[in-house]
Design a binder for this molecule. Structure first.
Ligand code: 8YV
Length: 324
């Protein structure tokens, strides 16, 4: 009997199906949590998307050998519990960095040039007699972009923003002098970055140290003319504080691809605001990228099913070898 692999991601099926020669490949989603837990009983490899891989899930998957995250963030996986149980956790670094950075730049341009409001204006106002003039935007050239987290995605944003002649500063817990030289970016401490940036963009993983990193104090430190962009994880920003900042004008606007609760509830007060752009967690949502991510997951799973160490373990599991 072939080992069972369960894919909790709906696309690209053909890439996941390529595991067919070594595994019996099944797909979610399931009607209920109970059905998912039941299905997990004899699963040896799991491709995990948005479903949290928590202790309860792991307790119901006694044969599990690898959790292959379909993404670079793995805050929804209980890593400690996986490691304790000898389960590899793999992820897809690099595959999506440029793609998330593209979206980030897109959002920055939309904020600067009010592209979404402009679209609404054409559809509802422009041709009306006596319609109000469309407000001016701002140039990106010469503006300060503050990147919080100069990892793979943050660095890609820096490269792209350079082409728009932005002045780039970054803050990171680790100072990266090599990157400073290579990318032409300068380091600023957290508070100075907030105070001096025209655009602040977040590229840190979600962990205890980054939860609520941007709250009332930080939003008040930012310039009234500045914009905040988040394509990392929702809980990095205190959403209630951001709402206050947007209605009281502490900052000029924001663009959010990620939220504390996803999908963002339709009664979220953010939905009523005109100075915020909202997208449905589409940072990596490009066809080629999603295929690359799936291919990485497939390679990691294939290795583990063949008794080898996977090529892309998460940093916490680097060098670990599980024999099960
Ligand atoms: C995915 C992501 O959309 O890479 C990540 O961590 O957030 C996104 O690429 C998400 O993982 C859902 O599968």
């Amino acid at each position: 009997m072939k080992p069972k692999v369960l894919i909790l991601v709906d696309w690209p099926k053909d890439v996941f199906m390529s595991l067919n020669d070594v595994a019996d490949v099944g797909f979610g989603p399931f009607e209920s949590r109970e059905e998912l837990l039941e299905e997990l009983r004899d699963v040896e490899a799991l491709v995990a998307g948005v479903t949290p891989v928590d202790r309860e899930l792991l307790e119901n998957a006694p044969k599990l050998k690898v959790v292959a995250r379909f993404g670079v963030g793995y805050d929804n996986v209980d890593v400690e519990e996986c490691t304790k149980r000898g389960i590899y956790v793999t992820y897809t670094p690099n595959a999506l960095s440029d793609t998330v950075a593209d979206l980030t730049m897109g959002l920055i341009i939309c904020l600067a040039r009010k592209i979404l409001q402009a679209d609404r204006y054409v559809r509802t106002e422009w041709a009306k007699p006596g319609s109000l003039k469309f407000p001016l935007g701002v140039d990106l050239s010469g503006k300060v972009l503050g990147i919080i987290g100069l990892g793979r995605i943050g660095s890609s944003v820096a490269r792209k923003a350079k082409a728009f002649n932005m002045r780039i500063t970054y803050y990171d817990v680790i100072r990266r002098e090599n990157l400073e030289r290579n990318l032409g970016v300068s380091y600023a401490d957290f508070n100075s970055l907030l105070k001096t940036s025209d655009f602040v963009t977040l590229h840190v993983p979600l962990m205890d140290a980054t939860r609520g990193l941007i709250g009332e104090r930080e939003l008040k430190a930012m310039k009234e003319t500045s914009y905040l962009v988040n394509t990392s994880r929702g809980p990095i920003i205190d959403e209630d504080a951001l709402y206050k900042a947007l209605i009281e004008g502490w900052i000029a606007g924001a663009a959010l691809d990620v939220f504390t609760e996803e999908p963002l509830p339709l009664d979220s007060p953010l939905i009523k605001l005109n100075n915020v752009i909202l997208t449905p967690h589409i940072g990596s949502a490009a066809a080629e990228t999603r295929r690359r991510m799936a291919e990485m997951d497939v390679k990691n799973i294939r290795s583990v099913l063949m008794g080898k160490v996977p090529p892309n373990p998460i940093p916490e599991q680097k060098g670990l070898v599980f024999k099960r």
